[in-house]
Design a protein around this ligand. Structure first.
Ligand code: 2PG
Length: 249
């Protein structure tokens, strides 16, 4: 039996401002830092140990990871960072307020953009500030594979090679793995692990800063999974994520 822990970053500045974030590299809020500390505390109390960690290259995930590892006194653990674990790229929606976008385009359209399986947001052109080709951290990646906007399906297409080539072999070699990433890159992994169909993934919302622990069999099929922490609080956090696309009035 293998254990795998998935951790979404704590609340970010743009989560708080209810803005489509994607690849914009925003920092944690104070609440986000507290959530990261709590995540570390819960993992420590649960007796979880890790041999290696995988994280996106965005600071909200990296800082969440560092705070949680500090809480566990495990800052020394090796961390492999990959752009493939980044949040899905929100294209031309990046930076827009989700409630205002719902006022303008309707809640249904915002739900389609946020949660449908394969409808991408409008793409950005290469001269747009949110095209990742301008960011030095992506300088070694072929411009043609850098996203200009992604549906969940497109996100899955770039997350899963990292799972198959790197994370899966690492787990199968006996390493205890923590993955710190984002709402939609983690939804991609959960969809795969739990073998969810394209409709049921629509309803899946992952709360910020709450460790999700999987027990996996020898073929990495889930035996069981669950969040660490108070179930009622977690439910409220999940509902809050789902409701981010509601009109404010
Ligand atoms: O804005 C984003 O990048 C993501 C995560 O915060 O939002 P959503 O839950 O709407 O996909």
């Amino acid at each position: 039996m293998y254990k795998l822990v998935l951790l979404r970053h704590g609340e970010s500045v743009w989560n708080k401002e209810n803005r489509f974030t994607g690849w914009k590299d925003v920092d944690l809020t104070e609440t986000g830092e507290q959530q990261a500390r709590m995540a570390g505390k819960l993992m420590k109390e649960a007796g979880l140990e890790f041999d290696t960690v995988y994280c996106s290259v965005l600071k909200r995930a990296l800082r969440t990871l560092n705070i949680a590892l500090e809480e566990m006194d495990r800052l020394y653990l090796p961390v492999e960072k990959s752009w493939r674990l980044n949040e899905r790229h929100y294209g031309a929606l990046t930076g827009l307020n989700k409630a205002e976008t719902a006022e303008k385009h309707g809640e249904e359209q915002v739900k389609i953009w946020r949660r449908s399986f394969d409808t991408p947001p409008p793409f950005v052109e290469e001269d747009n500030e949110f095209f990742p080709g301008h960011d030095p951290r992506y300088a070694t990646i072929d411009k043609n594979i850098l996203p200009r906007g992604e549906s969940l399906a497109l996100t899955i297409d770039r997350v899963m090679p990292f799972w198959h080539d790197t994370i899966r072999p690492s787990i199968l070699s006996g390493k205890r793995v923590l993955i710190t990433a984002h709402g939609n890159s983690l939804r991609s992994l959960v969809k795969y692990l739990d073998d969810m169909d394209n409709d049921s993934i629509l309803a899946l919302n992952i709360p910020t800063g709450v460790p999700l622990v999987y027990e996996l069999d020898e073929n990495l099929k889930p035996i069981k999974s669950g969040y660490l922490g108070d179930p009622e609080e977690i439910k409220a956090m999940v509902d809050a994520v789902a409701n981010q696309g509601a009109k404010s009035s």
